[in-house]
Design a protein around this ligand. Structure first.
Ligand code: NOJ
Length: 559
């Protein structure tokens, strides 16, 4: 039985994957239709973003019923069929559990509003301060204060995200019991994995206080009690089943906490998503800014997390793309001049690291940001809030749009590009969000006929299954001072892999350290010309190469 070290996860954003009934929104039947495509890619696990009953204020992350399928996406029968079909193709389903908050349309919140004390205790309600200001000065991650009036009770409820997403009080044992029941419900249905949304912010203190920085993050992120809650959830739900793969989405976390969440000894989660490496194009920490990415910072962060998690026996989820991030090829690559090479460079950089790789839908085709021109083309609540805030700060419309074009979460949420036909073959109806216009050139059909990116991903996924040095090897960063190449070494029982990733267009010559020149090596995989490892090695634009060294087994044993 393979472990999650050998697996690769494919993320499906269901709204935008494949529409089977022409209503413009992707659905479960659409996913079922495309299972053979995903099986061909070779992925093992399908993480599907939330498709539960939801008013869709935050595209399904505002859940009104955790155990029913939103009719927008299909029925429970469709879901059962999906499980059966994925099993037929030897794949598993990973569900997205949004347990930090519910939609304010959830029955619990509605009953709380009607005055039921039991359900009022499910949420975090507080009196305003004596001067009438909010209970604390915390800000919502989507902009504005983190508190909103709780009907006309005079109290306010906490919402770390949108005003329609009320934070649950995990300190209440009844809440925990309800949530663990939800996880168990889906386990019973045959789900084999869970992605836990912002799970490191569930541990709020009993007494909430103002934050010195006026934001509040440190007062609710990675609190020791969050670890206790996650451990309890493990013991009460997925920890009771064999081989369940879990990943926690960790907002602004630390390596130390990443280790604690994912070290198997602690029985919390299998692995964590951290995001520091995706903030390297934030100007002074501000997402809504426009600045070139800082390559040295990117590689240092990847390196620190790789080394740190390796030392502490933690496990990273590896990714450059997801539904909250702009397309990595538009961000760190060059889709105009070096389309295939930069797509492959980003893929290889991630897939040969220590951890479990995640492929976000369309990444395997090199899908790019859509470059929408109008604010009305964007749907995302965070984007619209940011637009308003930047306007209030006095930025002109054109400048705001330049930022939004680069940073909006909708960059990754445009429909999957299946064919060159109308709406990229995604829907026969009116898509809920526009497509990137380049679907004529970038689409599955064309990629399968004449492209090389899909097959490159396929090879990387296959290599992870075949080579323990990839799935199990230690990690060591080398040549860390180099300004345009990120190089690392993986080692396992005498086998070694040297991975060289060149992130820029100007060719560069690098000097290979002596230790790699004394033994025979093989060119394993890359996007340039197949060649031997030499003391001086020229790397072309966005070139990535991995060399493999098989060390004499006797030597390995003696060392
Ligand atoms: C993280 C999710 O990935 C994001 O899409 C969502 O808006 C927030 N959590 C709130 O649930």
């Amino acid at each position: 039985m393979s472990t999650f070290h050998e697996k690769v996860v494919y993320q499906i954003y269901p709204k935008s994957f494949k529409d089977s009934n022409g209503d413009g929104v992707g659905d479960l039947k659409g996913i079922i239709e495309k299972i053979p495509y995903l099986a061909d890619l070779g992925v093992d696990v399908l993480w599907i973003n939330p498709f539960f009953i939801s008013p869709q204020k935050d595209n399904g992350y505002d859940i009104a019923n955790y155990v029913e399928i939103d009719p927008l996406f299909g029925t429970m029968e469709d879901f059962e069929e999906l499980i059966a079909v994925t099993h037929k193709y030897k794949m598993e389903i990973m569900l997205d559990m949004v347990l930090n908050h519910t939609s304010i349309e959830h029955d619990w919140f509605q009953r709380a509003l009607k005055g039921e004390k039991k359900y009022q205790d499910y949420y975090i309600l507080r009196e305003p301060k004596a001067d009438g200001s909010h209970p604390t000065n915390w800000v919502s991650k989507f902009g504005g204060p983190a508190w909103a009036p709780f009907a006309d009770t005079g109290k306010e409820y906490l919402h770390l995200y949108d005003v329609s997403q009320a934070d649950l009080d995990w300190r209440n044992p009844d809440v925990r019991k309800e949530l663990f029941n939800v996880v168990n419900f889906w386990l019973e249905k045959g789900v084999k994995g869970f992605r836990f949304d912002v799970i490191n912010v569930i541990g709020k203190d009993e007494v909430l206080i103002d934050a010195e920085d006026g934001i509040g993050k440190s007062l609710y992120t990675d609190r020791p009690i969050a670890h206790e809650f996650i451990h309890e959830m493990n013991q009460e739900s997925y920890g009771r089943y064999p081989n369940i793969m879990t990943v926690g989405e960790m907002s602004s976390t630390t390596i130390e906490n990443g280790i604690a969440y994912s070290n198997p000894e602690n029985e919390e989660l299998s692995m964590v998503f951290s995001f520091h490496h995706l903030k390297v194009d934030y100007l002074d920490g501000e997402k809504w800014s426009k600045t070139p990415f800082d390559f040295m910072e990117l590689k240092e962060l990847l390196n620190d997390w790789q080394e740190g998690m390796s030392k502490g026996n933690g496990w990273n989820a590896l990714f450059f793309n997801n539904h909250d991030q702009p397309r990595a090829i538009s961000r760190f690559g060059d889709p105009v001049n070096h389309f295939e090479d930069s797509a492959k460079l980003l893929a290889q950089t991630i897939h040969l690291l220590r951890g479990t790789p995640y492929v976000f839908q369309g990444e395997e085709l090199g899908m790019t940001n859509p470059e929408f021109q109008e604010i009305t083309d964007y749907v995302d609540v965070e984007t619209h809030n940011a637009y308003k805030e930047l306007q209030e700060k006095g930025l002109p419309h054109e400048e705001i749009m330049e930022i939004i074009k680069e940073k909006s979460r909708d960059n990754s949420r445009t429909p999957m590009q299946w064919t060159h036909e109308k709406n990229g073959g995604f829907t026969t109806g009116e898509p809920w969000i526009k497509l990137a216009e380049n679907y004529h050139e970038i689409n599955v059909e064309k990629e399968r006929n004449e492209g090389t990116i899909f097959n490159f991903y396929k090879k990387l996924i296959q290599l992870r299954k075949e080579m323990p040095v990839i799935s199990e090897g230690n990690y060591r960063g080398i040549m860390m001072e180099h300004p345009s190449v990120y190089s690392y070494v993986r080692e396992h029982e005498g086998e070694q892999l040297l991975v060289l990733n060149h992130f820029y267009a100007e060719p560069v010559t690098i000097e290979i350290p002596e230790e790699f020149l004394t033994r025979p090596s093989q060119y394993l995989i890359g996007n340039g010309t197949k060649r031997a490892l030499t003391a001086s090695l020229e790397l072309g634009p966005y070139e990535t190469i991995a060399f493999y060294f098989e060390v004499d087994k006797k030597e390995a044993k003696n060392s």
